[in-house]
Design a protein. Structure first.
Length: 277
């Protein structure tokens, strides 16, 4: 009888190991579906949703042509500076029109990019792919007459990882981080504490380390009720960047509240531009 119990216990342990292995394999294979939530539907022409804007194409090093919108600055308030908007992991550029208009009204020319797989664009998102997309956006801004030393990178959530890496390859005048995390694995550990996220994760998106080693001026904006990116992660980024220009805490604000896309965020870009300009 003891031998029979031992055998059943052994079989049970094997079943558990197999089950855990299957779960981990599924997470490994499907992890990008847990990171990226693109709205892949086509977007309307730029001028229909952003009067004065026009459609531009971003040509990536791996051969993709990605749609983006370019909105020139309001002529009466033109600062001669541009903002490259790197969005978060959800939706598409149609959801960023309000902030783009606020920035243009404040004198910035704005390039609203969409990553591969978003907004009718070809391809599938990955960390390497989004890096190539951001490089193509910088190249497009240069073609439009905006040099790096007159450009501010604006990263939203996942986009903070995109611009943190981008500033290492193409140094801008400054960087604004909205709802940043230290690195993507730390967000994953918060939401999936039962998984070995750091071991499984293929797309890392470090934010703190690249910016801690950089002297590019950085403004950090975050809400204190963020249910997506824990507030303490954004605070750690602000504490640790190499050249903090400003920390803006939006009290009572969650990750996707209207205030996170509103005038207070646009005004943080204005203040950084004045400091670096």
């Amino acid at each position: 009888m003891a031998r029979s119990r031992a055998r059943r216990l052994g079989l049970g342990l094997v079943a558990v190991v197999v089950l855990v292995g299957l779960v981990l394999a599924a997470v490994w294979g499907l992890q990008r579906q847990l990171i990226y939530f693109p709205d892949a539907s086509d977007v309307p022409p730029a001028g229909e949703v952003l009067p004065g804007a026009r459609d531009v194409a971003l040509h990536t090093s791996d051969g993709l042509a990605l749609g983006a919108w370019y909105l020139p600055a309001d002529a009466a308030s033109d600062t001669g500076m541009a903002v490259l908007m790197a969005p978060g992991n959800g939706g598409n550029r149609a959801g960023r029109t309000g902030l783009a208009r606020l920035l243009a009204d404040r004198g910035f020319s704005v390039l609203v990019m969409d990553y591969r797989g978003y907004g009718g664009n070809p391809g599938s998102p990955s960390e390497e792919g989004l890096a190539a997309d951001a490089d193509a956006a910088v190249q497009a801004l240069a073609t439009l007459g905006h040099p790096l030393d007159r450009t501010i990178y604006f990263g939203e959530s996942l986009g903070t990882g995109v611009v943190a890496a981008l500033q290492q390859r193409h140094r801008p005048a400054g960087v604004v981080l909205r709802s940043p995390f230290t690195e993507l694995a730390d967000v994953g550990r918060h939401h999936y504490p039962w998984l070995p996220v750091r071991t499984l994760l293929r797309d890392r998106f470090p934010v703190l380390d690249p910016l801690a080693a950089s002297d590019v001026p950085v403004a950090v904006v975050y809400g204190d009720r963020d249910g997506v990116v824990p507030t303490e992660l954004s605070a750690r980024v602000a504490d640790g960047v190499g050249s903090l220009a400003e920390r803006v805490v939006l009290w009572g604000a969650d990750h996707n509240d209207a205030v996170m896309f509103g005038p207070r965020v646009a005004d943080a870009v204005v203040r950084l531009a004045r400091e670096v300009g």
